[in-house]
Design a protein around this ligand. Structure first.
Ligand SMILES: *Cc1c(COP(=O)(O)O)cnc(C)c1O
Length: 237
């Protein structure tokens, strides 16, 4: 595809996703500004990211550290905010601060401590982290057990260089988005329960949930960040 054709196609898809996002936000009594769109560029090249950036997109999601670092180097001229949305091995934690603006996949204490140790103190604002929750307890998925959340949130309050600011969910796959709705509602319910238990609202501001086929339902259930890949960049191989 020529770069003009790529540019046009991605700009059109992005506009359609933004329109759907705004409509879903309205249905949930919010404005589109209350929901951050993260364009998931995994497996797509720097040219695709550049095309989306040219169409006004600033937040991009990647699920592999190495792949993201390569794209980041190719796109160093652009002020992109990179979000890590895939599982993070402990031995890669030191590569994350500086490269990523957000981490959505914190799920254990040792990772929190490594990210804390690897993040520079001043003058940076603390690196925002989301706690990935494994609500369905799927063996194949990463994420913390519900019972592990309080200790993680409590420990994170002692951190200076990183801060937990919300929860993230990758629900079991269902082709029908209506069947995913209960999982989204459960994450919101969990957030509300933790607030009621006294966890500071600053640790529970964000709900990262919803992908290409179900992001509108996720927004209706309270998502503040949606991670959308194929609806913007096309099908992955
Ligand atoms: C790939 C991925 C997405 C985006 O998926 P699409 O169906 O392409 O929108 C969202 N979240 C995570 C964690 C992913 O790995």
């Amino acid at each position: 595809m020529s770069s003009d054709a790529l540019q046009t196609r991605i700009a059109e898809r992005l506009a359609a996703v933004r329109q759907r996002l705004a409509t879903a936000a309205e249905r949930s009594g919010r404005t589109s500004g209350a929901v951050r769109l993260i364009a998931v560029s995994k497996t797509f090249g720097a040219d695709a990211v550049r095309a989306a950036y040219a169409a006004g997109q600033l937040d991009f999601g990647e699920n592999r550290v190495q792949e993201a670092l390569g794209k980041r180097a190719e796109l160093a001229d652009l002020p992109i905010r990179w979000h890590l949305i895939g599982p993070l091995q402990s031995n890669k934690a030191r590569k994350v601060p500086g490269a990523f603006a957000w981490v959505h996949t914190l799920d254990r204490l040792d990772l929190l401590e490594r990210l804390e140790a690897a993040s520079p103190a001043t003058p940076h604002t603390p690196l925002p982290l989301l706690l990935q929750v494994d609500l369905a307890r799927e063996a194949s998925k990463s994420g913390a057990d519900e019972s592990a959340l309080r200790p993680l949130l409590d420990r994170a309050r002692a951190c200076q260089t990183v801060q937990v600011v919300g929860l993230m969910l990758v629900p079991p796959y269902e082709a029908d988005p209506e069947r995913v709705r209960p999982w989204f509602a459960r994450l919101r319910g969990l957030r509300d329960a933790l607030r009621a238990e006294g966890v500071p609202p600053s640790q529970l501001q964000q709900l990262s949930m919803g992908m290409s086929h179900d992001f509108e339902v996720a927004i209706e259930e309270g998502a503040t960040m949606v991670r959308v890949g194929s609806a913007i960049f096309g099908a992955r191989d």
